[in-house]
Design a protein around this ligand. Structure first.
Ligand code: PMT
Length: 425
């Protein structure tokens, strides 16, 4: 599975550095290309020659040992598919967490935009140190995977948690991460996020509590899985993929429609306003003498339902014939939905729904009404999940009536599971 993969290993100055030697051999045996960056302290524990012979590549130590026009910390970061830092000392962990780039290894980590896995190893009291714990949390929050140290006898004479985890565990984590990064390769995924903003006048608007976090988590996970992501959002986030900023439901619909034909998946995580004010005022509405005012609202387009209809009309001839056959027999709505379900052509369309009561019942009715392939039901009656917060707990329904509940977890974990689920359709 590692054939031709580029693995960059950062070795830091801890006694566990010697264990990396066998790991390098395992990666090489599996067909990977390995390059090593060693900190000067790492070379107190393992020689440059050993690392060089095992990796069959030059070992990089000095930041300013410049060989070509591109600085080493950029060219190594560009070359690698994944970066492993093992053993990761408390010192290197803390520097990377705080963005300090004072040697080649920490500079590369700072410039690295792909997956980083760290396997810490240190004295058990250092591992329990509150600053180290905080720094580990910072790294995890940024998507760096931490392979926690194991319990056992430590080289310093202590017994406790601090030993580098097993080589098998590190190898498997690298293999899994590299497979994961290919899971959606070649797939274009459009993801909407945030609450739409429906203007009343230049000062006021109507919107909702959606922060865009769920949509962002989906977009980031899809990107990590190798997808070509188009992120259509009302909230401005810094992202390394295509972002289209929109405001109203109508803007959002135009942006999604533009991407429809070329996309493999469309995920509507945005909270779209069902209504907008009938007459948007160009000027600020002034306070008058009256005690109340009335605004008249008109229906917004139902983006999701219209996408599903568009897909229906684009679907294969066989399915179209089926649809016509049912239409001629003047079938009931229920049956015509079954026919809609028979249409499997792209894009796969995923709706979200936010429900404050009768979650499953309402979600079942909504997937039938809108005709999407999947619907992700969110319980917004709870304060610890759904709108605005970092966690979520959802139930995924598909058009065949299957149901999958995902327990409460951070939105990035939920996002990953949703993508895995819709990709296995
Ligand atoms: O953004 P966060 O703070 O992280 O919160 C996440 C979330 C709770 C907003 C999100 O997970 C969620 O549930 N999004 C959908 C909210 C919503 O609009 O639900 P709905 O039941 O009103 O709509 C159902 C589906 O139809 C949605 O996919 C929606 O995008 C779509 N829709 C709705 C109305 C409309 N006019 N056009 C649409 O396309």
């Amino acid at each position: 599975m590692l054939q031709s993969k580029h693995i960059l290993i950062g070795v830091t100055g801890g006694i566990a550095a010697y264990k990396i030697c066998t790991l390098i051999r395992d990666f090489k045996k599996s067909g990977a290309e390995v390059k090593i960056i060693a900190t000067p302290n790492a070379l107190n524990f393992v020689t440059k020659l050993t690392l060089q012979n095992l990796s069959q590549n030059e070992v990089y130590v000095e930041e300013f040992d410049v060989k070509n026009w591109k600085p080493e910390h950029i060219s190594l970061a560009d070359w690698a598919d994944i970066m492993l830092i093992a053993p990761a000392t408390a010192n290197t962990i803390s520097k990377i967490a705080q963005g300090i780039a004072d040697n080649l290894l920490t500079s590369v980590a700072c410039a690295f935009s792909k997956k980083i896995i760290m396997a810490p190893a240190m004295n058990c009291n250092m591992w329990q140190n509150e600053t180290i714990k905080d720094n580990i949390k910072i790294l995890q929050k940024r998507g760096i995977e931490i392979l926690e140290p194991e319990n056992g006898f430590l080289a310093c004479g202590y017994m406790g948690k601090g030993r580098l985890c097993s080589s098998d565990k590190i190898f498997n984590a690298i293999e899994e991460a590299l497979n994961y990064s290919q899971m959606l390769k070649g797939q274009k995924i459009v993801i909407t996020a945030g609450g739409t903003i429906e203007e009343i006048d230049p000062v006021r608007y109507i919107s909702n509590y959606s922060s865009g976090k769920m949509g962002l988590a989906l977009a980031k996970s899809a990107y990590d899985m190798g997808a070509d992501v188009v992120f259509i959002t009302t909230k401005d986030f810094d992202v390394p993929f295509k972002k289209v900023m929109v405001k109203s439901a109508q803007d959002m619909q135009n942006a999604v429609n533009d991407e429809f034909d070329s996309s493999n998946y469309i995920i509507m995580a945005a909270a779209v306003a069902d209504y907008r004010v009938k007459e948007h005022s160009e000027q600020k509405i002034k306070k008058g003498e009256q005690d109340s005012i009335t605004l008249e609202f008109v229906k917004n387009p139902d983006i999701l339902a219209e996408l599903c209809n568009r897909k229906l009309f684009n679907c294969s001839e066989t399915n179209k014939n089926e649809i016509l056959r049912f239409a001629q027999n003047d079938v009931q709505a229920e049956e015509s939905h079954d026919v809609k379900s028979a249409c499997n052509d792209k894009p796969v369309i995923v709706g979200f729904c936010a429900e404050s009561e009768n979650l499953l019942e309402n979600a079942k009715a909504k997937i039938a009404k809108k005709g999407c392939d999947f619907l992700v039901a969110n319980d917004i009656s709870r304060k610890d999940i759904g709108f605005g917060v970092n966690d979520n707990e959802v139930t995924i329904l598909n058009k065949n009536g299957d149901i999958l509940k995902l327990d409460k977890a951070p939105k990035n974990i939920i996002a990953r599971k949703i993508l895995e689920c819709i990709n296995m359709k």
